[in-house]
Design a protein around this ligand. Structure first.
Ligand SMILES: NC(=O)c1ccc[n+]([C@@H]2O[C@H](COP(=O)([O-])OP(=O)(O)OC[C@H]3O[C@@H](n4cnc5c(N)ncnc54)[C@H](O)[C@@H]3O)[C@@H](O)[C@H]2O)c1
Length: 441
């Protein structure tokens, strides 16, 4: 049997070929792009978005136990792509499975469209504003997906991801979302016990991402507005969704996981207290939100970016029989006398960033379909966006209103000389939301 027929059999068994459409697609892409695997079990990966997380995810894919090969890389910017290519060659053992000649390096807004057809699995690690269109395309082309969180920055994007997640389910495509606490042993063990009733009913909680904030890329001479926003993406909502979405989603998602559902409403407060310069675009530096779940449980969410202040990235919950004070620092479920109900000794726990890739690639190799991450990733993203809608508007926002919102942040056109929807004022500052005036949904 030829290598290509061996590979086709492996992919068929493993679910990589699902349905007639792809069975007819593979030979044509194999020939048109010249792929000629020497092994019959190679899983070909394309990396889209070559920044910090994309490089990390690609290395984790290579470190999984399967025969993974990186066959294409794509980025909006050439310098970012070159940097990732270099990083992927730092470990000589892993570098042997990086097979990306110049013709499989793609740059620009359409780079993803050229990389996706070449792979069995795509890693989507661009800023989250691009996730809906890229995930949609990957599913359309029958690819398994690892995609970073959050998975959108506005409600129209969330709806696209939910629709594509349905398609992925029908096609039995594995999708892992980088909400890695779902792959972190202490969270898994503690939340399993909470769901089994160790703390009774969960009736309240608080979730936090309070920290000093992240990088800023000041405007450079000769940059178009589009390039400036793309380079400094954290501070523009069409790309990032604000830090309540970009970072704090991790903790909000833990609340949803613990509650086994999504909040029915949100109200909150937020603003720009210390991070007020032009270089910080439009996002707030703090948000405090009450999320209320169907059974009346109130989870308080707090996130802020103030340099030089107390840091806490963690979750706390109270139940009718006991509480969890911390997932991050102690991993103990306690009763109200302070006795341990369950203590997780984290010794020997694996790295959740590695585990998520190990489980994804093992499932693909075994032909299993076991991930429900896409729908949860979309709904936890919507939870965070609903929090932002509440703090920006100062209004109470209901789940269905948030989900059905038609506020679409994405530019009409993607090109370096095209205009994003949000532009600086004459003084160089960007308009920011004003509670009481800004429309919620
Ligand atoms: N799970 C986690 O703990 C974790 C940690 C860090 C980042 N992330 C997520 O990973 C994603 C990327 O974050 P990062 O820190 O790597 O950012 P980054 O800025 O380092 O990398 C993003 C890369 O995407 C590229 N890019 C932008 N638009 C693109 C497009 N249209 N097509 C192709 N490439 C494009 C950028 O040029 C850049 O190289 C974000 O969604 C972030 O929230 C997750």
């Amino acid at each position: 049997m030829s290598n290509e027929s061996n590979r086709r059999n492996f992919l068929k068994q493993s679910g990589l070929l699902t349905g007639g459409a792809l069975l007819t697609t593979l030979p044509s892409f194999a020939s048109s792009y010249g792929f000629n695997s020497s092994a019959d079990d190679t899983i070909k990966v394309a990396l889209i978005g070559c920044g910090g997380r994309g490089k990390g995810a690609a290395l984790q894919a290579l470190k999984s136990k399967q025969n993974v090969k990186i066959v294409a890389i794509a980025d909006a910017f050439r310098d970012r792509l070159d940097d990732a290519y270099k990083t992927l060659h730092q470990n000589p053992e892993l570098a042997k499975r990086v097979d990306v000649p110049e013709e499989r390096k793609f740059v620009g807004f359409d780079a993803y469209q050229k990389a996706i057809p070449l792979a069995d699995v795509v890693i989507l690690a661009t800023p989250p504003g691009f996730r809906p269109m890229m995930f949609e395309e990957a599913v359309k082309q029958n690819k398994h997906v690892f995609m970073e969180k959050p998975v959108a920055t506005d409600a129209p994007g969330v709806r696209r991801v939910l629709a594509a997640a349905e398609e992925a389910k029908k096609k039995k495509l594995n999708v892992v979302v980088g909400l890695q606490r779902h792959y972190q042993p202490n969270y898994r063990e503690m939340i399993k016990r909470i769901h089994d009733g160790a703390l009774g009913d969960i009736i309240g909680g608080s979730v936090y991402w309070v920290s000093g904030g992240v990088w800023v890329k000041p405007r450079q001479p000769n940059q178009t507005e589009m390039e400036h926003q793309m380079r400094n993406w954290y501070y523009f909502n069409w790309l990032c969704g604000d830090h309540i979405n970009e970072q704090h989603i991790h903790n909000i998602d833990v609340a949803n996981w613990v509650k086994r559902g999504y909040p029915v409403s949100a109200q909150g407060t937020g603003g720009r207290q210390v991070r007020t310069g032009k270089e910080y675009g439009e996002i707030f530096d703090h948000h405090i939100v009450d999320f209320v779940y169907e059974d009346g449980t109130l989870i308080n969410s707090q996130c802020r970016h103030y340099e030089g202040t107390y840091s806490k990235v963690d979750e706390q919950f109270v139940g009718t029989k006991g509480r969890v004070d911390s997932f991050g620092r102690q991993s103990i479920l306690k009763d109200y006398k302070g006795n341990s109900i369950y203590t997780h000794n984290g010794k020997g726990d694996g790295d959740p960033y590695q585990i998520e890739h190990d489980e994804l690639f093992a499932a693909i190799a075994k032909g299993e379909y076991k991930f429900q991450d896409a729908e949860n990733g979309a709904k936890s993203t919507l939870t965070a966006i609903m929090g932002r809608m509440a703090t920006y508007s100062g209004k109470m926002v209901k789940w269905d209103e948030a989900l059905n919102s038609n506020i679409d942040l994405f530019p009409e056109k993607l090109a370096w000389d095209a205009k994003p929807k949000l532009l600086p004022l004459e003084n160089g500052f960007y308009p920011v939301a004003v509670p009481g005036k800004t429309i919620a949904v």
